[in-house]
Design a protein around this ligand. Structure first.
Ligand code: NAD
Ligand code: TYD
Length: 416
């Protein structure tokens, strides 16, 4: 009689089944923070980062990721067998930083979310369970200068991702188990508030800038895939984020960078516009919760009830810098501005942004009640950590502000 060996079963030593997430725009500010967060929070997750590396995408934001390898091999996830088929796409797949390439939990693909063939290839090869779509042109001032690219990436790019996901996730009228498309949107789609009230998920969309209009369009096409095809989706709408790795065209890092170089700190209009600021890691945790537990088809607002006028933020940054890196210790200052005593002296009110939204304020009751989310980092702690991060990473700032950035800066601020 043939003996059958008993199967060894040791559930403790079995790693959980890998789950793969296609993160788009993962080399940008929030996307790179999200990848750091997810790699730490979920040892069984594999991340594929598809990013075009525009001026806002920086692989340096992810350079330490390969040290967090849980030991999955690519074969655990990849069926294989289509290498030949995609030979002609090979030239589009680049792994510019070798240490990132080594990680089996993290894969970088350089490319455009609007490239159907490439996105299709990624789905074939990595079989993602989730798509989290951060990729976007994200800066209001740039959208005023050149709206077209905002429609190409934010609207068409989102539609391409939705369509390819549908192709791979829907078979014989049934959606695969455990898949979801998470569209990362913004509170700016709701338009501008007066002094009272908050944006809820039911507030009608009323975007004003080409950026927010393109994000609203992306939300609507995402919702249309749910309404029409039952596609498992969520949309998140978050308030303004701050934290490490934010490109210095946005308020907080721009002000820090200018202050450190003793350049004018340009406050638009009267500086009394209000934004509702959230530390980026709190946003990442909220996205993770929505991805795993959000009710299919729902929109979730994310915000920390932390409304502040721009001028208050700028004053706070200057006070922190005065404390952590006083003018007297900043060697370049005395030569340029011998009378400078505080960074606040650099504040300068400049021409306003056209169509400037006055106030954003998020009501995040729904995500709190349904998913138990609330922000953990209060603003005083978060802004101090953030200023410290930029002080400790001045080389990062110098690198991202060289070259093209200087031309942009001239275009945006020379006339103000
Ligand atoms: P970001 O500009 O820092 O990063 C965007 C990333 O997308 C970059 O890495 C860029 O290279 C990439 N990208 C651009 N076009 C692409 C394309 N066609 N294909 C592939 N990659 C492309 O933006 P962010 O501040 O990190 O914002 C990320 C997302 O979060 C955006 O969708 C934005 O609308 C949303 N959001 C941002 C904030 C905020 O305060 N920054 C608040 C709420 C929502
Ligand atoms: P920004 O960081 O561009 O985010 P958003 O416009 O998406 O909210 O701007 C935040 C606020 O800061 C907004 O009211 C515009 C203002 N702002 C300035 O006053 N000066 C600046 O140089 C920048 C970039 C922004």
């Amino acid at each position: 009689m043939k003996e059958t060996k008993p199967q060894l079963q040791n559930p403790i030593s079995q790693p959980p089944a890998p789950i793969s997430i296609l993160v788009t725009g993962g080399a940008g500010f929030i996307g790179s923070n999200f990848i750091h967060y997810m790699i730490k929070a979920h040892p069984n997750y594999i991340i594929i980062n598809l990013d075009k590396l525009t001026y806002a995408g920086n692989l340096e934001n992810l350079k330490d990721i390969n040290r967090m390898d849980a030991g999955f091999k690519e074969q655990d996830l990849v069926g294989g067998g289509f290498e030949n088929k995609i030979q002609n796409l090979k030239h589009q797949i680049q792994y510019p930083i070798s240490d990132i390439q080594q990680s089996t939990r993290y894969h970088f693909v350089k490319g455009d979310i609007a490239n159907t063939e490439l996105v299709d290839y990624i789905f074939e090869r990595f079989k993602p369970n989730y798509v989290v779509n951060f990729a976007a042109e994200s800066h209001v001032d740039r959208s005023i200068e050149n709206p077209k690219i905002f429609l190409e990436t934010n609207v068409i790019g989102t539609q391409v991702l939705l369509d390819v996901a549908k192709k791979h996730w829907l078979a014989s009228g049934k959606w695969k188990e455990g898949v979801k498309f998470v569209q990362i949107s913004t509170d700016e789609v709701y338009g501008s508030l007066g002094p009272q009230g908050y944006f809820t998920e039911k507030t009608p969309l009323d975007p004003h800038s080409p950026y927010s209009a393109s994000k609203a369009a992306a939300d609507l096409i995402t919702k249309a895939y749910f309404d029409t095809f039952d596609m498992p989706i969520n949309i998140t709408r978050c308030s303004n984020n701050y934290g490490p790795y934010q490109f210095p065209e946005k308020l907080i890092p721009l002000m820090i960078n200018n202050a450190l170089h003793h350049k004018k700190i340009p406050v638009y209009g009267d500086g009394k516009q209000i934004r509702d600021w959230l530390y980026v890691e709190d946003h990442c945790r909220a996205i993770d919760l929505v991805m795993q537990k959000g009710r299919i088809g729902e929109v979730y607002n994310i915000g920390g009830h932390n409304e502040m006028e721009n001028i208050q933020i700028v004053n706070k940054i200057c006070s922190i810098l005065d404390e952590l890196y006083p003018i007297s210790k900043n060697p370049t200052s005395n030569m340029q501005h011998p009378t400078l005593k505080s960074y606040k002296q650099l504040i300068s009110f400049v021409a306003d942004r056209p169509g400037h939204d006055r106030r954003y304020g998020i009501d995040a009751t729904k995500i709190h009640e349904e998913l138990g989310w609330q922000p953990l980092v209060d603003f005083d702690e978060g802004i101090k950590k953030t200023v410290e991060w930029y002080l400790n990473n001045q080389e990062w700032m110098d690198r991202v502000t060289s070259g093209e950035y200087m031309k942009y800066y001239e275009r945006m601020y020379s006339w103000r």
